[in-house]
Design a protein around this ligand. Structure first.
Ligand code: NAD
Length: 239
């Protein structure tokens, strides 16, 4: 079991779903957990139930990132791990894909991850230690029908992870991406699951904690020699 005693972790999009499940696992491992989200009521409730902290945070806002990092580093003196988990999906085919929907998905899923890595990097460099885990998707490995901006953003997360890993690893800051398949959260509630699960060799969707355990591994010292890599948690879907 990963030991995160004394470690301070920020998890974006932590009000529900995978972010909340990761919060629980990190708390169980002994970390101080700061969940952030745009969903204030749900975020406060989840954090209260888990024993985590909650901060309002729109990951597409540079100003919000500055506030969150100042607040966490100011109060706790360090930031050991960042999980760039917040994300949205907009389903539409190319010919009907509206520019405003494209911009919204890219702002949150792609620019949000860039802003997050850039915001925590100076603290982690100064500490000479840190781990950033960027949540991509199987959509960062192959084109997914009807998800142009989502797929573009998740490929970008995979690429940005590799650049950041090359720049930050000499400072003992590791950066990796995690690529979930079909996970049981609000995001996939309307998916045609029966049809989609035919493409999953394990034949089922995942519980959010099954992704969370990989995230915890990478954020902790258990993943001490992993950097710049992609870790797929998809039941064998992208084989
Ligand atoms: N569910 C899946 O099958 C699946 C598969 C692959 C990848 N993912 C990725 O996993 C991550 C977590 O998604 P989930 O499945 O838990 O879905 P979810 O919709 O339950 O959770 C996403 C969270 O991100 C938050 N969020 C949205 N916009 C935000 C913003 N601008 N700033 C801060 N927070 C914001 C939402 O409020 C929500 O709490 C996402 O990056 C998603 O793309 C999910």
């Amino acid at each position: 079991m990963a030991d995160m005693t004394g470690k301070v972790v920020i998890i974006t999009g932590g009000a529900r779903g995978q972010g909340a499940a990761e919060g629980q696992l990190f708390l169980d491992a002994g970390a101080t957990v700061v969940l952030t989200d745009v969903l204030d009521d749900e975020g406060e409730k989840t954090a209260g139930e888990l024993g985590a902290e909650f901060l309002h945070h729109d990951v597409s806002s540079e100003a919000d990132w500055a506030k969150v990092v100042d607040d966490v580093a100011g109060r706790h003196g360090r930031i050991d791990a960042l999980v760039n988990n917040a994300g949205i999906l907009h389903a539409a085919q190319l010919v009907n894909y509206q520019t405003e929907d494209w911009d919204r998905v890219i702002a949150i899923n792609q620019t949000g991850v860039f802003l997050g890595m850039r915001a925590v990097a100076p603290t982690m460099i100064e500490q000479k230690a840190g781990s950033i885990v960027n949540i991509s998707s199987v959509a960062g490995l192959e084109g997914i029908f009807g998800s142009m901006a989502y797929t573009a953003s998740k490929f970008a997360v995979r690429g940005m992870t590799k650049v950041a890993a090359k720049e930050l690893s000499p400072h003992n800051v590791r950066v990796n991406s995690v690529h979930p398949g079909i996970i049981d959260t609000v995001m996939t509630a309307d998916f045609p699951k029966e049809r989609m699960l035919r493409g999953v060799p394990l034949g089922r969707e995942a519980d959010p904690a099954e992704v969370g355990r990989m995230v915890l591994f990478l954020a902790s010292e258990d993943g001490s020699y992993c950097s710049g890599q992609e870790f797929v948690v998809d039941g064998g879907m992208h084989g």
